[in-house]
Design a protein around this ligand. Structure first.
Ligand code: ZN
Ligand code: ZN
Length: 337
């Protein structure tokens, strides 16, 4: 499994000489796996990074090109790329949207809202025919299963466990498939102010590799059992680390975003192998990201990795995270698990 960063800036897109290295596109990640049907591009969020991502796959013709978009939530920095990414408007490229119900609003309402005058010239009605919606409401028990030939289906957690513990076969559109050939997507909610935001967990059964994107998440004083279970032993987690500790303490607490220290604490408590920092603040220059954000994460590593009490409380026997495996996400980079 590989993860491509098309956008890792938070809040609003930027472009200036001081952000050339890490980039300025807002959130869009692509999950690349042999368990995904050929031609299907699996994206998490459609921030402005979805514009180059969408263009990219039109440049070299891809057979049966279609997009599956998994939305964490519907803040502008996670959806606005839809309006200017070419695939949105190409009739023969189907799109399947997955995302949470937030209050009484889901994917369909998001689309109506984003694509309407006077904010945007094209009305949602023009593109609806090529989009399907799967809105999540029971995040803890909904499981999305992806098979390279069968495509996407949804199970509940009990069904999924029964299949795993049984003969591993399951039915999808009247055909039988083996669960061990699949990519399994589960979810939990993040701590993101008044919005309902999902963190997705991708488990590639063929390789046992696991990836989690946990963005738009504010550190909590304690670590919730749900988040810990969700992150436990993953190979790569990309986590929100928007604010340095001082800025967080003095200005941005309760804004719904994380810190380098918080994410490293989480990574060590859950025994994650590699951790990427994302949702870079629009004011963060390349230099600041390296000299403040990454440095704070490395300092936090020194503290938590040597805190025997902390490791004991979180039952970390053999720490998997290495200091050099804490990195800053960068637009257009590919990370192998
Ligand atoms: Zn955001
Ligand atoms: Zn947000």
């Amino acid at each position: 499994m590989k993860i491509k960063t098309w956008g890792c800036r938070g809040s609003i897109a930027i472009n200036n000489p001081d952000s050339k290295t890490y980039g300025g596109n807002t959130t869009c990640f692509e999950v690349i796996s042999d368990c995904i049907p050929k031609g299907t591009k699996l994206m998490i969020d459609a921030g402005t990074g979805f514009v180059p991502a969408g263009r990219h796959y039109l440049e070299e013709p891809v057979k049966n090109l279609n997009y599956v978009m998994m939305f964490t939530h519907y803040h502008w920095d996670h959806v606005l790329g839809l309006t200017l990414a070419p695939p949105t408007f190409i009739d023969h490229i189907p799109m399947a949207f997955y995302g949470p119900k937030d209050g009484d609003k889901g994917l369909s309402e998001m689309m109506d809202h984003v694509f309407q005058q006077p904010y945007f010239p094209v009305d949602a009605k023009r593109i609806r025919h090529k989009v399907t919606f799967s809105t999540f409401t029971n995040f803890d028990v909904e499981v999305v299963v992806v098979h390279p030939e069968g495509g996407f289906t949804q199970l509940n957690l009990d069904e999924y466990r029964r299949i795993l513990n049984g003969n591993k076969q399951f039915l999808m559109r009247e055909k039988s498939y083996n669960i061990d050939e699949c990519l399994i997507i589960t979810m939990t909610t993040t701590n993101h102010g008044n919005s309902t935001c999902i963190s997705y967990r991708f488990e590639e059964r063929t390789s046992s590799k696991v990836f989690v994107l946990l963005t738009d998440h504010e550190d909590t004083a304690g670590i919730s059992m749900d988040i810990k279970k969700h992150l436990k032993d993953v190979d790569l987690a990309i986590i929100d680390g928007q604010y340095d500790e001082f800025k967080y303490q003095t200005q941005t607490a309760n804004f719904g975003h994380g810190t380098p220290k918080g994410l490293v604490k989480l990574a060590i408590a859950s025994n994650i192998k590699k951790v990427g920092i994302t949702h870079h603040d629009p004011t963060s220059t390349d230099k600041y990201l390296e000299e403040v954000i990454l440095k704070e994460a490395q300092e936090a590593f020194d503290i938590f990795s040597t805190d025997t009490k902390f490791l004991e409380v979180h039952k970390v026997d053999k720490l998997k995270l290495k200091k050099e495996n804490i990195f800053l996400c960068q637009d257009y980079q590919l990370y192998e698990l």
